[in-house]
Design a binder for this molecule. Structure first.
Ligand code: 13P
Ligand code: SF4
Length: 341
């Protein structure tokens, strides 16, 4: 087990890292984080492991131990191409399953297997089979925030950054003017505004984003004149209608980088603003705080424990994984074709 004492040598070895996150990690916390960060980074090298971290990870994970950071689509792409032997998923369980599905020969670890998701929990493989019986002949577009079992029953996956493109692509391929889109009702409604394809949705919601209201957005504008409002497509359509831009977590990051608003609010999970603020110290971030309790289960000590004990390994039934892989790869192919065009 690693020695986690905060010695002058540890302080010196982590000085530059602390400088990077000083605005968002209180100084008093650093002696707790620093030894764990060093131990994780050493173990990663020793074991040929990579840490894939979602944009909602806390800044000490996101900026100090992650090898790859991004939204769900970027993490899925990276899982498909990494050469590392071990993937530690700093994110929720469906993300770790997606990594395992794309890299069945690798060891995929999740630091806390209880890190779930209200969207993933809202639908089962059996639900999708029933939907297909109810709407025969329509393709099923499934948000990546689902179990491998649900992906296996689907025709293609999507994320919040590619939903409209995926819907149009599969509708064209199947020669239909409607698709089923599960499980996020709000993502489906928001996507429907961007395409002529009819979308039949499911009643799943993200417990973090569903709490934002249009009145909240008006409140931000009143309290912070001139604020630019960026919202995640898992929010209700009324919220998106009040926002200046809607996009995935990485879409928001790109928007901030491109437009450099003086004052901005990211209508999404709390850690996102902390992580982006590190890159843009000159921008004022208004911080509404809706924590994802599932994402917050992932901590530095659990990541260290995961690497030390090689647990908890994510296992997906190979037959389910093979079918789920087709849906995810089909989505990645849509993205690749779009990039090449
Ligand atoms: P993206 O990072 O793909 O925008 O997804 C947000 C989310 O809620 C993942 O759990
Ligand atoms: Fe699921 Fe919402 Fe948490 Fe993302 S933020 S993991 S969609 S509950």
């Amino acid at each position: 087990m690693a020695d986690l004492a905060y010695t002058p040598a540890v302080a010196e070895a982590t000085r530059d890292l602390y400088r990077k996150v000083a605005k968002v990690v209180p100084e008093i916390e650093w002696p707790v984080h620093a030894p764990t960060i060093l131990a994780i980074n050493a173990l990663k090298r020793e074991k040929n492991a990579v840490i894939l971290a979602h944009n909602y990870m806390t800044p000490e994970i996101f900026h100090c131990v992650a090898d790859v950071v991004g939204d769900s689509l970027q993490l899925a792409r990276e899982a498909a191409k990494t050469d590392a032997r071990i993937i530690v998923q700093a994110g929720v369980h469906f993300m770790a399953e997606t990594s395992k599905v794309l890299s069945p020969d690798k060891t995929v670890l999740i630091p806390d297997p209880e890190a779930g998701c209200s969207l993933a929990d809202s639908i089962s493989g059996a639900d999708v089979r029933l939907l297909k019986q109810k709407y025969p002949g329509l393709p099923v577009v499934t948000y990546v925030n689902t179990s491998a079992e649900v992906k296996a029953e689907s025709d293609v996956c999507c994320t919040s950054s590619n939903a409209a493109a995926v819907v149009e692509d599969i509708a064209r391929e199947w020669g239909v003017d409607a698709v089923l889109m599960v499980p996020d009702e709000f993502l489906a409604l928001n996507t429907a505004k961007k395409t002529a394809v009819k979308i039949i949705s499911w009643k799943g919601h993200c417990e973090v984003h569903e709490r934002f209201t249009a009145a909240d957005i008006r409140g931000f504008r009143e309290a912070h004149p001139g604020v630019v409002v960026l919202a995640h497509p898992e929010c209700q359509p009324e919220v998106i209608a009040e926002a200046d831009f809607a996009g995935s977590t990485s879409g928001m990051l790109s928007y901030v980088g491109k437009h450099r608003p003086g004052r901005v609010v990211l209508v999404t999970e709390c850690s996102m603003s902390d992580n982006v603020a590190v890159e843009f110290p000159e921008i004022e971030f208004v911080r509404p705080c809706n924590l994802c309790p599932h994402m917050k289960r992932i901590t530095l000590p659990k990541i260290l424990h995961s690497l030390e004990t090689m647990s908890v390994e994510v296992i997906v039934d190979p037959a389910v994984a093979a079918r789920a892989k087709k849906s995810v790869e089909r989505m990645l192919a849509v993205g690749a074709a779009k990039k090449a065009a």
